[in-house]
Design a protein around this ligand. Structure first.
Ligand code: UDP
Length: 478
């Protein structure tokens, strides 16, 4: 529904968005607010003081269309350093429970915001399961945003219900995830550590609370499109009985170079310099390597990556996190790779890079945003999952969509990738870039690129689902 199409008598629908404090959640929610604003909805984002500039920088051009409400993050109160308000600042296992505790303490402030402002709907991240009850107090429907695929939601649900991982005798013995449309095998090693150990950590308790609130909330909003994973979009709704709307890929709302370049954190490379470098390359001749906003690589792994990329003979853009000391750099690597490989230290304009015709491959950690952005750009992927539900996304890419090759990562860790040898990297990169198999994967990937574009255009599946959702919310009565 365009703004013009919204009945005048309806009044402006006010939807509040409350993203988890991590860029993999903040970025798609910001895109989502832009989509809602285009439909004539008045979006407001609730966030904390130090995360607020991220949203204000990215909504500058939208004038007053998107509002911000700033609340206080109780970092010091839970024993975190002052100013620690984002998941990318969590560098040890001891900090994580404190971070989650601080997010739980936001309940009172959100309660107050809802009481004061009485929006028509609250879209709150899955990490705030309490948001459903808080919204219900004021008769406000709450939508859950997980930030992952239908496929991963279905796998998670099946594992939670049937616990197939408890029926194998070792962490490496594969088990079948029961009652899914395809036969999917995983190992306990690929589940998050607390889950495979069966320990009742705060995180495990939170995950089960999240599953419960999926059922008591108004519904689930999914950043995906029907044509990408139809069997799982149907399974989630019809077999698992969830009410869901797919409205993605939300990244496609960034159409201009400037929008794509500004998406996310401040980029560490001038976008025009980056585009000039890519413009000088042949179509599908560059591999883009990036591990998202959180995952790190050990120094030894960075070294193996450099050696593997060089041995693959392929041109590349490689994003390395700032602050990772540079002792890992093989001697003379950058000089040898001059013109052939570009290292971006810090933050890259990912969507801008993936959308360039010179880019044909993507070495990814399988965060859902990156996976979806890769599929929407028609690139073939080397999958290298590290943590969270990334091992599930890998299965979707390699076994169901068949647009990627696994590098051989086996263990779900706490955000640090290691243990993959240069030979495996070289082999996987070559397989996605050259030869008949690569061509076949590329033509499937290109079909998904077309389908993604159609899904968000007028009349497309995501466009229609978004409009249906807005219409429903407009006529909602508690
Ligand atoms: N991203 C980016 N530049 C970077 C690193 C990440 O633009 O240098 C963006 C990427 O496009 C994606 C998000 O950050 O939208 C990362 O989300 P994802 O779910 O892939 O991984 P996470 O960071 O949550 O592990």
């Amino acid at each position: 529904m365009t703004a013009a199409a919204m009945p005048e008598t309806m009044g402006q629908l006010r939807v509040f968005f409350f993203p988890f404090m991590a860029h993999g959640h903040m970025i798609p929610i910001l895109d989502m607010t832009k989509l809602f604003a285009l439909c004539g909805v008045k979006p407001t984002i609730i966030t904390t003081r130090l995360n607020a500039p991220f949203f204000s920088k990215n909504t500058k051009n939208l004038g007053s269309e998107i509002s911000l409400i700033v609340i206080k993050f109780p970092a010091v109160e839970v024993g975190l350093p002052e100013g620690c308000e984002n998941l990318d600042q969590i560098h040890s296992d001891e900090m994580m429970p404190k971070f989650l505790k601080a997010t739980a303490m936001l309940q009172e402030q959100v309660d107050h915001v809802l009481q004061e402002c009485r929006p028509n709907c609250l879209v709150a991240d899955m990490f705030f399961p309490w948001a459903t009850d808080v919204a219900a107090k004021f008769g406000i429907p709450r939508l859950v945003f997980h930030g992952t695929s239908f496929f991963a939601l279905c796998v998670k649900e099946s594992i939670g219900l049937y616990k197939p991982h408890n029926k194998v005798s070792s962490d490496t013995e594969p088990f079948v995830v029961p009652h899914l449309p395809h036969e999917i095998k995983l190992t306990r090693m690929q589940l998050i550590p607390a889950q495979r150990e069966g320990s009742e950590t705060d995180l495990v308790k939170l995950l089960s609370k999240i599953s419960e609130t999926e059922l008591t909330s108004y519904g689930v909003i999914v950043n995906s499109f029907y044509e990408l994973e139809p069997a799982y979009a149907d399974h989630y709704r019809k077999v698992l009985g969830r009410k869901a709307w797919h409205i993605g890929p939300v990244s496609l709302c960034n159409r201009e170079v400037e929008d794509k370049a500004q998406r996310g954190k401040e980029t560490s490379i001038d976008e025009h310099q980056c585009l000039r470098w890519l413009d000088s390359k042949e179509p599908n001749s560059v591999v883009y390597v990036c591990f998202g906003s959180i995952a790190n690589l050990t120094a030894a792994q960075l070294y193996e990556m450099a050696m593997g990329l060089e041995a693959s003979g392929q041109q590349f853009i490689w994003v390395v996190k700032k602050g990772e000391n540079e002792n890992w750099l093989p001697e003379g690597f950058e000089e040898r790779m001059k013109g052939k490989g570009l290292i971006i230290r810090g933050w890259a304009p990912q969507v801008l890079i993936l959308d360039h015709e010179a880019v044909g491959g993507f070495v990814t950690h399988c965060g859902w945003n990156s996976t979806l952005e890769g599929a929407s750009a028609g690139v073939v992927m080397v999958t290298w999952p590290v943590f969270a539900e990334q091992f599930f996304n890998e299965k979707l890419v390699t076994e169901i969509l068949r647009i990627g090759i696994g590098v051989g990562a086996q263990e779900n860790t706490t955000k640090v990738a290691s243990g993959i040898k240069r030979e495996a990297i070289e082999k996987a990169v070559k397989r996605i870039m050259v030869g008949e198999e690569a061509e076949e994967m590329r033509s499937r990937a290109m079909a998904f690129k077309d389908a993604a574009k159609k899904a968000v255009e007028e009349g497309g599946s995501s466009y229609s689902d978004l409009n249906t959702l807005i219409e429903e919310l407009s006529s909602y009565h508690p």
